[in-house]
Ligand binder design. Structure first.
Ligand SMILES: NC(=O)c1ccc[n+]([C@@H]2O[C@H](COP(=O)([O-])OP(=O)(O)OC[C@H]3O[C@@H](n4cnc5c(N)ncnc54)[C@H](OP(=O)(O)O)[C@@H]3O)[C@@H](O)[C@H]2O)c1
Length: 299
């Protein structure tokens, strides 16, 4: 570990309150002095000596003062759901950040992005359209960068495996979208944190996808979750169209359980990414996590 005086300075945009942020903080702290920009207090930051600048990345007019002394920017800020009115200003704010980082001579910019998705989402979904716009702005900026595109993440309080387990535990049944033969390769949020810490130290520019160590057929993963709960897998089957319709219905009643674009993405079979290569220890398999979470639920 470096002595404090040797630490580089990192601007963490999006902070440590979210799934990626709370996992990345312990990975970064040994090597970086962190300034963290986000809207809501994050419990560990003050205790760990992180400087919090309360701000909405969509409305920061000039990033220059926040970039003072900063070597590396890491952006984890994004929303899981919303309309053009929500994503366009955040995209604008992040583009202003990229331009300011270039002007003040930041050494490197690490951007957390997402894997490829079906053309219908790439072209029309505000979530995706503005994400790609920010990625392209970074690629064209002249900054050295890493754009890291992880697949679905698992970790305590995630929005994937823990939600699936809870649903199975409560209802003893689970929806199966289509035939379930598309693939997923869940990546631990802790491993994504290690990847981001590594990319922050790298040189040159690159665009990397990041899957977990094992690629599952979706319905083999859901079977595994049922078995971890000590239950026989039981599904109610939905056609792909029916699945998207159900997710839309959930959206309209304000549920955050599942969004229609997430179902379309899953069904497109574009989320079974190969494992990220380059960490010095193996990626975490999902099975021990599933066992521990299932045990927590069943007592
Ligand atoms: N979760 C996954 O499975 C997954 C998979 C692939 C890629 N990703 C990507 O990973 C990144 C982080 O995702 P996550 O799951 O950690 O999301 P998250 O849990 O929703 O956290 C996002 C964080 O961004 C901050 N944020 C949001 N809007 C902001 C704004 N306008 N200004 C400043 N900060 C803002 C929030 O902090 P405040 O509320 O304090 O502002 C929040 O802590 C995103 O780019 C996402 O697309 C996630």
């Amino acid at each position: 570990m470096s002595a404090p005086s040797e630490k580089g300075r990192l601007l963490l945009v999006g902070g440590s309150g979210g799934l990626v942020g709370r996992n990345v903080l312990p990975e970064l702290l040994p090597a970086w002095k962190i300034r963290s920009v986000h809207r809501h207090p994050a419990p560990d930051e003050a205790r760990l000596g992180v400087e919090w600048v309360p701000a909405d990345a969509a409305t920061v007019p000039d990033w220059t003062p926040l970039l003072e002394g900063v070597d590396v920017v890491l952006n984890v800020a994004w929303y899981r759901f919303g309309s053009e009115r929500r994503f366009a200003p955040l995209g604008d704010g992040l583009e202003r950040l990229i331009h300011a980082a270039r002007s003040v001579g930041v050494r490197r910019f690490v951007q957390v992005s997402v894997p490829d998705s079906p053309a219908s989402l790439e072209e029309r979904l505000p979530y995706m359209v503005h994400k790609r716009r920010v990625d392209r702005a970074l690629e064209g900026s002249g900054l050295a960068y890493s754009i890291v595109r992880p697949t679905m993440l698992f970790a305590p309080r995630d929005v994937l495996i823990t939600v699936m387990l809870r649903t199975m535990h409560r209802y003893h049944r689970f929806p199966m979208f289509g035939d379930g033969t598309y693939h997923v390769s869940p990546l631990s949020a802790r491993d994504l944190a290690r990847i981001l810490a590594r990319e922050a130290r790298a040189s040159g520019s690159r665009n990397v996808t990041a899957g977990g160590p094992e690629r599952f057929r979706y319905r083999d993963l859901t079977d595994l979750l049922f078995r971890a709960l000590g239950r026989t897998p039981r599904y109610f089957r939905l056609s792909p169209k029916g699945a998207v319709r159900l997710a839309r219905l959930l959206e309209t009643v304000g549920s955050t359980l599942l969004y229609a674009y997430e179902v379309e993405w899953l069904l497109s079979d574009m989320l079974g990414l190969p494992p990220y290569e380059g960490l010095d220890t193996p990626l975490e398999p999902v099975q021990p996590f599933v066992t521990a979470e299932a045990h927590r639920l069943t007592g």
